[in-house]
Design a protein around this ligand. Sequence first.
Ligand SMILES: Cc1ncc(C[n+]2csc(CCOP(=O)(O)OP(=O)(O)O)c2C)c(N)n1
Length: 581
Amino acid sequence: MQVTGAQAVMRSLEELGVEVAFGLPGGAILPAYDPLLDSTVRHILVRHEQGAVHMAEGYAHATGKVGVTIVTSGPGATNLVTGLTDALMDSVPVLAITGQVPTAAVGSDAFQEADVTGITMPCTKHNEMVAQPERIPGAIKEAYHIAGSGRPGPVLVDIPKDVLNATLEWRWPEHLDLPGYRPTIRGHGKMVRDAIDLISRSRRPVVYAGGGLVRAGAEQEVRELAELLELPVVTTLMARGVFPDRHELCLGMPGMHGEWTAVMAMQEADLLITLGARFDDRVTGKLSAFAPNARIIHVDIDPAEIGKNRPVDVPIVGDAKVVVGQLVDIARKAGDAAKPDTGEWRAQLRTWRNEHPLRWEQDDAGPLKPQTAIRAIGERFGDEAIYVAGVGQHQMWASQLLAFSAPRTWINSGGLGTMGFAVPAAIGAKVGRPDRRVVAIDGDGCFQMTLQELATAKQHDIPVVFAVINNGFLGMVRQWQELFYDGRFSEVELPPDLPDLVKLADAYGIPGFRASTVAEMAPILDKAYEITDQPVLIDVRVDPTEKVFPMVPAGCGNDEIIESADEWYARQAAQRQGHDS
Ligand SMILES: Cc1ncc(C[n+]2csc(CCOP(=O)(O)OP(=O)(O)O)c2C)c(N)n1
């Protein structure tokens, strides 16, 4: 059967079971938007292509499937770059289809021409410009497979307009022809046995659980392993929820703004059982001072991660779900012999947790503290909701203070730290999981980077709760200026009424509510909770002076963690005195 290249694009997506694509048309991709009208693929029209790629990411985060975005050539494609980089850093499976100028015009600086495969080479797992119409089904099938398999990531297929307009004999390739692309799934048997041996001989082990466990769907296996061997677990920013926060073995989040006990447990550990995590600098702090006495087991599907930042004692390449399953099997067979003696260590960790809880002070009559507001949101919407965050203080408080009991209920931009992520990613998450409440907890700075997508949410009746934690500042930058630049605030003020967010909600045709005090919080949350058929915006006015603690100051080792501003200033003063005397 003869089809056009454009029809082949849509048909390929249908063959792959793609339900939805996020995009915005333009000249070069126009041919593909015509057969879209007759396709089973649902299309969500965005207001900015950055919105489309973050929506695809949010969809992928929430569902585990590949998120799809379709945009035009030149500026349409370049607007994807931030999202593609974001997806690469956080291993999010995304398929991007971009239009390109006609083949004959490529290289001529034609209208809306950009070297998209060149530009996106370093920020995609793989990309291809399709030269022949017959290649379209194979290119899309392969791209989809590469995006979702192995270490997931973004893959881009660029198709010139003449290739979309040309005809081909439709043929869906039965087999994938990807020589050299064969991710290792099963861990090496000897390494797995060595890992169990090392675990059994440890006294202060910690499971360092990373986002790879979420991508692999390994929550069951990691829980079995931890319970079987009584291993304490830290869950990184990307792994929140993969091990339940309320579990007695859970220590919470490590890292720059991690919980004191999680940070110190890693630091004092004699063994880190690293599962789908990558020794990111936000977790390790000063690398040379990180976990000095710990031996390292490192499980990762990407061999390039192993030993990249920290030498490894037992390297295991494989899918985290499969490898952790293998570890559980061997440990079961070994019985008590596999079980380390962690009693003393766990008692120590319990003491630390009691002595070092997260703290903030809320005066009921005083300004609303962001922590109080975020806790209240978490309690109102519960563990069942999916929470999506922007980047900054609100993201750290949300990660610290919401209780996660399942994976894929916490979505954020961890590796790239992309402001503007939350609004579109929350929309994508809700499209993927219409059965769940989706709450975006955003900063006023982040929100203003992609707020135009409120129109997308309204137009398509996507009922997300957008909660803006409005402190009138680029709060995280303000925090650094206060602590590390003597309170010299430079270019961080965003007047909280500009724009007036309740009026803005009105302009977008959605309900908007405001709370500025503790007493006002519960009623507006109740109102927002009742609205389930359209988006809703809440403007939460909070104390701009509040800071995120604990904190491992940049460049410091994790043992230099501070729990309050007073502690930081006291340390500075002591250092100055040391210099003076
Ligand atoms: C696109 C982008 N630009 C700049 C930054 C640097 N940055 C990190 S956090 C932050 C402040 C965020 O402010 P806001 O959204 O109001 O959140 P808050 O920290 O106040 O909670 C900035 C500017 C970034 N992460 N991303």
